[in-house]
Design a protein around this ligand. Structure first.
Ligand SMILES: Cc1cc2nc3c(=O)[nH]c(=O)nc-3n(C[C@H](O)[C@H](O)[C@H](O)COP(=O)(O)O)c2cc1C
Length: 363
């Protein structure tokens, strides 16, 4: 069983904080699909939530089905992070995470996010103040770090040790440096050095998990006790249930077929409509459909219809039409008609697909 402080999680799989993506509807979708042990909000600006700014409150919105929830806060030593942590506990957070890895200017130029990696001692004092501010509530505080600012300034192992000493309950390590942004491969050795450095607290490995097998790979290579998934979840929110099956049964659960994926997208849209305004829901689906498309073959026409949709009715219509088309695809006559011309590639013969719906068929 995996715990963060006093919080018992059902699985060792965590949905990462992702600005612009991890709103309540998306967290609920991932939870409904199964396998999520803990889900996080987008990063929250401590000033904005304390001032009650509507956008920040919306990002922090939660409900009974959205548990256990991690609220991620960002700021620097002179910001009211301890007060924001108290606010988050009062508003439904089961875990508070401090962002120590965000590389974007908007955050790092205000001395928050990854910039906290550049002054370890002051960051540790800040973490201690946050831990103390909510100590009585029993809500654990965690930190999400990168390996360091750049290769010449790797600080994650020493920072993790000091954070553990002041009461941080778990550390998530994104196995890249700040100056890498998202480039290059995740450094498993770098994550394993943090695992070796800490005494008791769990380390959560993060980076480049796109298949269920990447989860076990991350655990085997680094010794981390849990895994956090970010972009892999936007493209395939069912990855948690597949990975959980792999961890429990030794086999990943099946990937949803095309029709089920369309039903999942439709369900996602319904959740967006329940919790956001119609305009926000339509725009959100517009941004997300390309991510879904990464696992769905050729869906350009669907993406295009959703991109052009101005209302919820048009989004639903696009999804329904695509579903109907996909049902037709299963009709043998249609398949025969669209797979007429064989193509030679890599010493194999493929049917040429004049119908955009079909998957390649090896003959
Ligand atoms: C669109 C986007 C937004 C992100 N926002 C946050 C954030 O708010 N807080 C944070 O700690 N990390 C954020 N990240 C980083 C991810 O949580 C994660 O560490 C990184 O993407 C590596 O994991 P992955 O390879 O599974 O995507 C973001 C990443 C992406 C792609």
């Amino acid at each position: 069983m995996f715990r963060i402080g006093s919080v018992q999680l059902k699985t060792q799989l965590l949905l990462a904080p992702m600005a612009g993506y991890c709103d309540l509807p998306f967290r609920l979708l991932c939870r409904e699909l199964g396998g999520v042990g803990l889900a996080s909000t987008d990063l929250l600006n401590c000033h904005s939530i304390l001032r009650g700014r509507p956008t920040a409150l919306k990002l922090a919105a939660t409900n009974r089905e959205d548990q256990p929830l991690c609220m991620q806060l960002y700021g620097n030593s002179s910001d009211p992070l301890p007060e924001a942590a108290k606010w988050a506990v009062d508003h439904g957070a089961a875990v508070i995470d401090i962002n120590m890895g965000c590389p974007v200017d908007k955050v790092a130029k205000k001395n928050g996010g990854s910039l906290l990696l550049c002054d370890v001692d002051s960051t540790v004092r800040l973490a201690e103040r946050i831990v103390q501010a909510i100590h009585r509530t029993g809500v654990p505080v965690t930190a999400k770090v990168r390996l360091g600012w750049d290769r010449t300034r790797i600080v994650a192992p020493q920072l993790a040790v000091k954070l553990e000493n002041v009461g941080i309950a778990a550390i998530t390590v994104h196995g890249r440096t700040t100056d890498q942004f998202f480039k290059g491969n995740v450094d498993y050795l770098g994550i394993s050095e943090v695992v070796s450095a800490v005494r008791k607290i769990p380390v959560i490995g993060n980076g480049d998990i796109t298949e269920p097998e990447d989860v076990t790979n991350m655990m085997d290579l680094t010794g981390c006790r849990a895994v956090m998934i970010a972009r892999g979840a936007i493209r395939a929110p069912w990855i948690f249930r597949q990975a959980q099956a792999l961890l429990q049964l030794g086999e990943p659960g099946p990937e949803p077929d095309h029709d089920e994926k369309i039903r999942i997208i439709s369900r996602h849209f319904e959740l967006l409509m329940e919790h956001l305004t119609e305009r926000e829901a339509v725009l959100s689906m517009n941004r997300r459909v390309s991510w879904y498309g990464k696992t769905m073959g050729h869906i350009k026409p669907l993406k295009e219809s959703i991109r052009l949709a101005q209302s919820a009715r048009e989004v639903r219509q696009a999804l329904d039409q695509w579903q109907n088309r996909s049902n037709d695809r299963n009709n043998a006559a249609v398949r025969q008609e669209c797979c007429l011309s064989p193509v030679q590639k890599n010493e194999k013969t493929y049917r040429f697909l004049s119908c955009v719906d079909c998957d390649p068929v090896v003959i």
